[in-house]
Write a protein that binds this ligand. Structure first.
Ligand code: HEC
Ligand code: HEC
Length: 259
């Protein structure tokens, strides 16, 4: 997996028409394109370039797509600026130099490390987010429904074997892999540590399987996150994602999950 197919499809994504086509239509076209090439990756693997910038920078430590974290939900930013002329330039400026006062008293720090192109891509992406968009579960994908403490949880993979409280072999494998390779930095049972973020929180903030896989494959060497490409198969990383997501939604407890 040297030439990341995600990157290829993300580039393709950027040349698709941006206006007049909904997320689902664009996703569908990317899927079509991916299928044409015979790639076996899910449609979800296509990440808009701006989202890639956001994932590669620190945006998701303060923002989520659908809800307020430290900063406003990206969907709220998109709604607020939807009909404002020059919104793109205003927001590029805000992200580049930092901003305070529009949403509250907490300041957003400046991002001097991002290029003009990256700033424009990330802001275009934020502005393109529409409410009700649920990129984590694409249309037509089989879903699994669980209830945890009275709350409904919908996932695009099963956590348990049908009709039992035993986790699937994939989730169990994810538990084993996580607690062999990732726990040193990301905490035992995915609880986070002082060395690396709590990946349960990343999932709750909207990180999809494709996104986690991409980051895990590429690593962020400058920040101490190793690259795992060549070490893990995509199936291994899917297992890790499913385990972490199961932990995030309180479906999988600490320690050995029932197998
Ligand atoms: C340390 C926390 C933090 C980080 C990191 C952060 N933001 Fe923010 N962001 C905020 C806060 C707080 C606000 C609200 C600022 C205000 O009230 O004007 C905000 C506001 C925004 C806005 C709206 C600005 C406006 O004028 O209304 C955009 C767009 C935005 N952030 C994008 C990003 C992007 C893109 C990144 C990553 C490159 C990022 N943020 C990283 C905290 C953060
Ligand atoms: C040697 C320490 C170390 C190990 C081992 C490690 N990571 Fe990381 N990881 C980090 C650090 C540090 C970061 C934060 C990087 C940053 O600030 O951008 C990180 C970030 C991440 C992120 C991005 C989280 C986010 O919200 O942006 C993912 C996904 C991730 N790691 C997955 C994994 C997986 C999966 C494994 C096991 C296969 C793993 N990591 C093992 C150190 C590690």
């Amino acid at each position: 997996m040297q030439d990341m197919p995600y990157v290829v499809s993300a580039k393709r994504f950027s040349v698709l028409p941006r206006r007049g086509t909904g997320w689902a239509v664009r996703m569908g076209r990317v899927l079509l394109w991916v299928c044409t090439l015979g790639l076996t990756l899910p449609a979800i693997a296509a990440m808009p370039p701006g989202e890639k910038v956001a994932r590669g920078s620190n945006c998701f430590s303060c923002h989520a797509v659908g809800h307020t974290v430290v900063g406003p939900a990206f969907v709220a930013v998109a709604q607020r600026f939807a009909h404002q002329p020059g919104a793109q330039a205003v927001l590029v400026h805000a992200v580049k130099f930092g901003h305070v006062g529009t949403w509250g008293k907490i300041p957003m720090p400046p991002h001097p490390d991002l290029t003009e192109q990256q700033l424009n891509e990330v802001v275009s992406w934020v502005l393109s987010i529409r409410s009700g968009a649920k990129p984590a579960v694409a249309a037509g994908v089989k879903t699994y429904h669980y209830t945890v403490n009275g709350q409904a949880v919908t996932l695009d993979f099963p956590v348990f074997r049908t009709g039992t409280k035993k986790v699937t072999p994939t989730v169990f494998r994810g538990y084993e892999l996580f607690n062999s390779y990732c726990f040193r930095c990301h905490g035992e049972d995915a609880t986070g540590s002082e060395y690396a973020p709590d990946l349960r929180q990343s999932v709750l903030n909207g990180m999809t399987e494709a996104q986690m896989t991409q980051i895990a494959m590429e690593g962020r060497k400058a920040k101490g996150m190793p690259a795992w490409a060549g070490f893990f198969s995509p199936h291994d990383l899917k297992a890790i994602y499913e385990y972490v997501a199961g932990r995030a939604h309180h479906l999988v407890g600490q320690g050995d999950p029932p197998e």
